[in-house]
Design a protein around this ligand. Structure first.
Ligand code: PEP
Ligand code: MG
Length: 589
C-alpha cells in the first residue's frame, strides 16, 4: 500500500525505481574449535589479500572519479589492514584457544574498538569505525557472505539504507543508482554533499524507513521536496512520471536558456552567479552549468576521510587545478572550516558540548598555525595559476580578521624569501556569518576586498537555531525579518566601502529569495551547481527597481510569514508576465 515518508531533501530532482535495500555488516560470526592452526592462519591471509585487492581497486576508482585527496580513506583502510597489534593478538589467541579465525578476528577487533571509543577524542572514535569497516570486509571473505557492492548494481535502483558510509557512496554505480533514501544524515553530512556533487536525487533524515521497505518495492524519491513514496499507486506513479519528465525538460530548457541569458536581469544588469564546490568533480558540473567561477570552495573536504593532513603540494594541486579550470573566472578558496559538525578524525578536535559555538573555522586555524600556514602557502602558490581569491570563515570581529591577515602576510614573506611566486594582490574577503561581524561591517569593510554572507550560519547564530537539529527545523527561518536586516546592513556597508557583497549560503540557490536578495543589494550569488539554471532564469525576470522597492518593504515587515506572503505575491506577478516560469519551488532550506 502506498506510503509517503518525509525527510530532508538534500539533492534535488525526481527519480523512480525499485528499492535496493542496503543492509551492510549485519552478519553472524560463528565460533567453533579447530585443530590445524596453520591452515586457519592461511585462511586469514587469503581473506586479507582479497580485501586488499578490493581496497586498491576502490582507491584507484575513487582517485580517478573524485581525486586523490578523497581516495585517501582507502589508503587509511589499507594501513589498518596490516595493523600489527591486532594481528599479533589474533595469532596469540589462535595458538592458545584453537578457535576459528573469524571468531578471533571479530573478538580482538571488538576489544580494540571498545578501547578506542572510550577515549574522548573524535580521531580515536573515527579510527575505531574505520577498523570495524576493514574487519567487516575481511570477515565477509572468510564467511563468504556477499557484500552488497553498490558498484556492481546492474539495473536502475533506489538505494535505501539506514546509513551510507562515504566509502559505500563513492563506490556506487553512478549510472544505475538513480536516487538515495537514507534514514540518517542531513544536508551537511558527507553523503548529502556527495549526492549533490554527483547530481543524484536524495532524501535523508528518514529515521527508520529502511526497516519498512522490502527489496524491489517501487519507490519515488523527490529530492527537491524531501519526499519518498513507497509502493505508489498507479495514479501517483503516473503523476510522478509526468513530474519527472517535466523536471528534466525544465532542466534542459533552463540549460539552453543559460546560453542565451547569461545571468542578467530583465533590463540587462549583470549579476554574478557562481558555484559552491566541495569535490574536484564539481568543477566540471559548475562549468557545464555556466557558473561565473566558484564563489565558495569548501576546502575542509580535502581534510576529511583520511588519516593525515593533506600535504602542501597535495593542497596546491587541488587549488591550482581549480584555478586553471575556471580561468578567466575566479575561484574563491575558503580556508578550512572544520569543527562544528565537521570533524576531522586525525586533527585533535576534542569532544565539545556546543561544537557549533566551539573551536571552529578560523578559531581552529589560529590555534594550529602549522596547519593554517601550510594551507595558506598552498593557496598563495595557486594564485599564479588563475584567478584566485581567499576567504576566511566565521570571522567574528575586526581583531580576528587582522589576526588571520597577519598570518597571511607572514606566509607571503616566507614565500618571497624562498623566491616562490605568488600574487601579493590576491583579493581577501571575510565571510559574514556571525552576528557580531554584521554589527561591525562598516569597520570590517576596511579590512576586506569583499564580503560573502554565509546565511546557513548567519541564520543559525542570529536566531539561535542549531542548523543540524531536525527537531527545531521549523524555527530555522531564512525569511525572518532579523535575518533580512542583517543582510541589508551588510550590503549597505559593502556598498559604502565600494566592495562586492556576495552571498554563498543555501538561500542563494533558492529562487524564492533571488529578487529579495538582489533588492537588498547582494551583488553576487554562489550556490550548488544544480541550482544555477533555475536561479539564472529567475534573475532574467527581475526588474531591479521593483526588487529594491520590494526589499525595502520586506525589511520593515514584522514576521517571516509576512515576508513569505510578500515574496509569493511578487512571484505570482512575475509568473503572470512570464507564463513559462517555473513554480519557483523552494528547495526546503
Ligand atoms: C554558510 O554558513 O552559509 C556557508 C556558506 O558556509 P557553510 O555552509 O560551509 O558553513
Ligand atoms: Mg558557514
Amino acid at each position: 500500500m502506498e506510503k509517503t515518508l518525509r525527510g530532508i531533501g538534500v539533492s534535488p530532482g525526481i527519480a523512480i525505481g525499485p528499492a535496493l535495500v542496503f543492509d551492510v555488516g549485519r552478519f553472524e560470526v560463528p565460533e567453533y574449535r579447530i585443530t590445524d592452526t596453520k591452515a586457519e592462519w592461511a585462511r586469514l591471509a587469503r581473506a586479507m589479500s582479497a580485501a586488499r585487492v578490493e581496497l586498491e581497486e576502490l582507491h584507484r576508482r575513487t582517485s580517478k572519479e573524485l581525486g586523490e585527496v578523497h581516495a585517501g580513506i582507502f589508503n587509511a583502510h589499507l594501513m589498518l589492514l596490516d595493523d600489527v597489534m591486532v594481528l599479533d593478538q589474533v595469532k596469540e589467541q589462535l595458538e592458545s584457544e584453537k578457535l576459528n579465525i573469524e571468531c578471533l578476528l571479530a573478538r580482538v577487533t571488538r576489544q580494540f574498538q571498545q578501547q578506542m571509543e572510550q577515549i574522548d577524542e573524535a580521531r580515536f572514535r573515527e579510527r575505531a569505525a574505520d577498523l570495524v569497516d576493514v574487519t567487516d570486509r575481511v570477515l565477509r571473505h572468510l564467511l563468504k557472505t556477499e557484500h552488497p557492492d553498490l558498484g556492481q548494481v546492474r539495473t536502475a535502483c533506489v538505494v535505501v539504507a539506514h546509513d551510507l558510509s562515504p566509502s559505500d557512496t563513492v563506490s556506487m554505480d553512478k549510472e544505475n543508482t538513480v536516487a538515495l533514501a537514507v534514514d540518517s544524515g542531513n544536508v551537511t553530512s558527507h553523503t548529502a554533499i556527495l549526492a549533490r556533487a554527483l547530481e543524484i536525487p536524495a532524501v535523508m533524515g528518514l529515521l527508520n524507513a529502511s526497516n519498512h521497505v522490502q527489496p524491489d518495492t517501487m519507490m519515488i524519491v523527490d529530492g527537491t521536496l524531501g519526499i519518498v513514496i513507497v509502493d505508489p499507486s498507479r495514479e501517483t506513479l503516473a503523476r510522478y512520471e509526468a513530474a519527472k519528465q517535466a523536471y528534466s525538460e525544465e532542466q534542459v530548457r533552463l540549460r539552453h536558456a543559460l546560453e542565451t541569458t547569461p545571468g542578467k536581469t530583465r533590463h540587462g544588469v549583470p549579476i554574478e552567479t557562481q558555484a559552491n564546490i566541495e569535490l574536484p568533480i564539481e568543477l566540471a558540473h559548475s562549468r557545464r552549468a555556466g557558473a561565473h567561477g566558484v564563489g565558495l570552495y569548501r576546502t575542509e573536504y580535502l581534510f576529511l576521510n583520511r588519516g593525515t593532513v593533506p600535504t602542501e603540494d597535495e593542497q596546491f594541486e587541488a587549488y591550482a587545478d581549480a584555478a586553471r579550470a575556471l580561468v578567466p573566472f575566479p575561484v574563491t578558496l575558503r580556508t578550512m572550516d572544520i569543527g562544528g559538525d565537521k570533524f576531522v578524525a586525525h586533527l585533535q578536535i576534542f569532544k565539545e558540548d556546543n561544537p557549533q559555538l566551539g573551536l571552529r573555522a578560523v578559531r581552529f586555524c589560529l590555534e594550529r598555525p602549522d596547519i593554517f600556514k601550510t594551507q595558506l602557502r598552498a593557496m598563495l602558490r595557486a594564485t599564479v595559476h588563475g584567478n584566485v581569491q581567499i576567504m576566511f570563515p566565521m570571522i567574528s570581529g575586526v581583531q580576528q580578521m587582522r589576526e588571520v591577515k597577519a598570518v597571511l602576510a607572514e606566509v607571503m614573506d616566507e614565500l618571497r624569501e624562498a623566491g616562490i611566486p605568488f600574487d601579493a594582490k590576491v583579493p581577501v574577503g571575510s565571510m559574514i556569518e556571525v552576528p557580531s561581524a554584521v554589527m561591525l561591517t562598516d569597520l570590517l569593510a576596511k579590512e576586506c576586498d569583499f564580503f560573502s554572507i554565509g546565511t546557513n550560519d548567519l541564520i543559525q547564530y542570529s536566531l539561535a537555531v542549531d542548523r543540524v537539529n531536525e527537531r527545531i527545523a521549523h524555527l530555522y527561518e531564512p525569511a525572518h525579518p532579523a535575518v533580512l536586516r542583517m543582510i541589508d546592513m551588510t550590503a549597505r556597508a559593502a556598498k559604502k566601502a565600494g566592495i562586492p557583497c556576495k552571498l554563498c549560503g543555501e538561500m542563494a540557490g533558492d529562487p524564492l529569495y533571488t529578487e529579495l536578495l538582489l533588492g537588498l543589494g547582494v551583488t553576487s550569488l554562489s550556490m550548488s551547481a544544480v541550482s544555477l539554471p533555475v536561479v539564472r532564469a529567475e534573475i532574467s525576470r527581475i526588474h531591479m527597481g521593483k526588487a529594491r522597492k520590494m526589499a525595502r518593504k520586506a525589511v520593515n515587515l514584522a514576521t517571516a510569514s509576512d515576508v513569505l506572503q510578500l515574496l509569493d505575491k511578487h512571484a505570482g506577478e512575475r509568473r503572470s508576465i512570464h507564463p513559462s516560469a517555473r513554480d519557483g519551488a523552494s528547495h526546503g532550506l
